[in-house]
Design a binder for this molecule. Structure first.
Ligand code: ATP
Ligand code: MG
Length: 707
């Protein structure tokens, strides 16, 4: 019965196959339009009076287009009428802000109207009427297929998780489960896992909806973590390193994360602490390595603070109590050293006097001293992880102090320098980062600086830059190509930062290519910085045309995430209205002005290998290039002053503006994970339309081809 509603591609008539091809194309356009419109509608909602349903608005707009020839009002007019309410609402707003809001709303309305017109051209506009267009019907069938696949993937996923939890529970000693039974149970779970995993993978490879669901799940998870904390995307490489950290934490091993400049060491450690060790608590206990650090910064220091004002009777009570304590501890010890009873008595009287005086003073000034714990001591006391960031910069003489701290086990008792006492609580853990080539360049030789005895306390972990393939032809084989694309994690991270909540993006046509080339160049520059042997020495010619080993020239400005993120974020913030090249120059290349040779090298790599800085930009071989690079005023080219509010605003580049398009989540997924498997099974009812409509579609298509 169920099979009846499907038809295989092989069974279709040639006419049906032709129609199918058109439907696939139109439906893809349709989904881009719909996703884009849904986003704009949501934004416009902010400009509408409360309670004015978005449906009304959508309906009005649709109506206006539908009755385009009969109505005197354009869709924009219709929308503006609705917006008028809101504008009334805005009466109290400062006039400039009001104007800016209205302008923003109008731009969005125009965008929406254009998209509606496109929808009209596709014959897929009339959502509420019976006469649905073919493309719309196909599009809906696609969604149903996708939702079904997504559901199955989620089910399989849940089962895999359940299996894992059951397996984990066999590790806990249990009256009903003997050791040998536990082992047998685990084997059973492993077997089941293999079966489930295989089913999951195979379903993913056989069904386009399932493959898409798997990709989107990963994109979404990465994006969510990033949206929540704002600073890290969990790519597979990041996840693998998080797992490694988790193992070291479980073993109670203090951990040292070593790596090059800007690989993401600090964020990895912080993210791990926030996300896995203290969920819900954003504060990370942290000591930052500085060469001026003192012993007090890693242990405790005396502080003064305002003491609470006490009532007189309470004051007496406090003094009596404190005296009693003192008598039983310090005083008792001291009295033991005194022989004669008279001397003892006199000593006590004296002490009492001083004691009272001190307290009186304290009550009068309201100031008391206290011992302030460093983050490391707090971590021991509270049973929490602590990060020692850039430990390479911590002065040599503090290493013995840190060494003794790293050695502390749960339950060990600690006496602070000020005499305080506590025991190390469960959960205390030290994680540190180490820059292999620190910014100031003065602490290069790791071996020389660090005491081997100290280093041996730590489990070492090397954290590299995110994986990224160097420029190469993509493999033809579909499986190989998927692997290749999934290996481009740096590219993936940059793309994920561009996505909207529907996991799509409205960008220039070439945006994804641009980002991929940027990521490739970044990896080349990173390899040069690391001093990789594989970097070709013939990569670079200096301004005299001489081949020079780039590793000799690149000193500081490695193209790490620290630069990549501002480049892409600002590009996005300016609405992609200018070429990416401008942002690369502004936020990266120009930063090397104080080292012109380095600046030329970076420009060279980006131009010759990355294909950036073409057209009006000067060639890297040009004799005038160095002068040009040093003098170039990129800001002036990119930004002007907004007459409306006096703020700086980007000057749109027209050639870029004309090429913008909406990337659907499917397009994004294919670009990041490789092509979806081909669809072979279709719902029959996509062909149920009358001959008449089919002909209309074919005619429309032919007309377009003719144009
Ligand atoms: N996986 C990631 N996804 C997204 N952004 C990341 C990721 N890892 C790091 N970043 C970003 O890269 C930048 C640099 O990271 P971080 O400061 O952790 O590097 P670092 O290795 O500690 O650098 P340094 O060597 O200078 O101390 C930060 O802005 C961070 O948010
Ligand atoms: Mg760091």
């Amino acid at each position: 019965m169920k099979e009846n509603i499907f038809i295989n591609k092989a069974q279709m008539t040639p006419d049906q196959q032709r129609l199918l091809k058109i439907l696939e194309e139109e439906s893809e356009k349709l989904s881009a339009l719909r996703q884009h419109m849904a986003l704009n509608l949501k934004k416009i909602k902010n400009y509408l009076p409360v309670g004015n349903g978005i449906d009304t608005m959508y309906g009005k707009l649709e109506e206006a287009i539908w009755y385009k020839y009969g109505s005197s009002k354009t869709p924009e007019d219709q929308l503006m009428e609705l917006l008028d309410f809101r504008i009334l609402d805005l009466q109290d707003l400062d006039p400039q802000k009001k104007k800016a809001e209205i302008t923003a709303a109008i731009i969005m309305v125009k965008q929406l109207a254009i998209n509606f017109a496109k929808l009209y051209a596709l014959g897929a506009h009339h959502t509420n009427h019976k006469g649905q267009s073919e493309a719309l019907k196909y599009y809906r069938a696609e969604i149903i297929d996708f939702k079904e696949a997504e559901k199955k993937i989620a089910e399989l996923d849940a089962e895999i998780k359940k299996n894992r939890t059951s397996k984990d529970s066999t590790y806990i000693p249990n009256d009903e489960l003997s050791e040998s039974e536990a082992i047998a149970a685990r084997e059973g779970y492993d077997k089941k896992y293999k079966v489930l995993e295989k089913e999951y993978q195979e379903f993913g490879k056989s069904d386009p909806g399932a493959y898409l669901a798997i990709c989107l799940k990963q994109i979404k998870e990465s994006k969510e973590v990033f949206d929540k904390n704002g600073n890290i995307v969990e790519t597979p490489f990041v996840k693998e390193n998080l797992r490694f950290l988790k193992d070291l934490f479980r073993l109670g091993r203090a951990t040292l994360i070593r790596g090059e400049l800007g690989t993401g060491k600090t964020e990895l450690a912080k993210h791990f602490i926030r996300q896995y060790l203290q969920p819900g608590n954003e504060e990370v206990l942290e000591v930052h390595g500085l060469r001026t650090l003192e012993k007090e910064d890693v242990t405790t220091r005396q502080g003064i603070r305002q003491a609470p004002k006490e009532l007189p009777e309470k004051q007496t009570e406090i003094v009596t109590e404190a005296w009693k304590n003192y008598e039983q501890t310090v005083l008792k010890e001291q009295l033991e050293k005194i022989e004669s009873p008279e001397e003892k008595k006199a000593f006590i009287e004296d002490e009492k006097k001083i004691f009272r005086q001190l307290y009186l003073e304290k009550f009068k000034t309201g100031v008391e001293t206290f011992e302030e714990l460093s983050p490391i001591y707090r971590a021991m006391k509270e049973g929490r992880p602590v990060l020692i960031d850039e430990m390479n910069a911590i002065p040599h003489y503090l290493q013995p102090v840190l060494k003794s701290i790293v050695d502390k086990n749960t339950g060990e008792s600690i006496t602070t320098p000020g005499g305080g006492k506590f025991t190390v609580k469960q959960g205390f853990w030290v994680v540190a980062t180490w820059d292999l080539k620190p910014k100031d360049g003065s602490l290069h030789a790791e071996k020389e600086l660090i005491d081997p005895g100290f280093l041996s306390r730590f489990a070492l972990m090397y954290y590299d830059y995110l994986p990224m393939n160097l420029p190469a032809k993509e493999p033809d084989d579909i499986e190989e190509r998927r692997k290749f694309r999934q290996g481009n994690e740096l590219f993936r991270m940059l793309v994920i930062r561009m996505l909207n909540e529907k996991l799509g993006a409205y960008m220039p046509e070439k945006a994804l290519d641009d980002l991929e080339r940027l990521a490739q160049c970044a990896r080349i520059i990173q390899d040069v910085f690391k001093g990789e042997e594989k970097v070709s020495q013939r990569l670079y010619r200096n301004t005299y045309g001489v081949e020079v080993d780039p590793r000799q020239i690149l000193e500081e400005n490695v193209l790490s995430l620290r630069y990549l993120i501002p480049i892409v974020e600002n590009w996005k913030k300016d609405g992609f209205c200018r070429p990416l090249d401008d942002y690369i120059f502004l936020h990266y290349v120009s930063r090397s002005k104080s080292r012109p040779e380095e600046m030329h090298l970076l420009y060279y790599i980006l131009q010759i290998i990355g294909d950036f800085f073409k057209g009006e930009w000067l060639g890297a071989h040009n004799t005038k290039i160095m002068d040009d690079l040093l003098r170039y005023n990129i800001i002036r080219k990119m930004y002007g002053v907004d007459k409306l509010n006096g703020h700086e605003k980007p000057i749109p580049d027209e050639s870029v503006e004309l090429t913008k398009k909406y990337f659907t989540r499917k397009e994004i997924a294919e670009r990041l994970f490789g092509n979806l498997p081909e669809k072979t099974r279709f719902r029959k009812d996509i062909f149920s339309a009358s001959q008449n409509e089919e002909q209309k579609m074919l005619a429309r298509k032919q007309k377009k081809v003719a144009e």
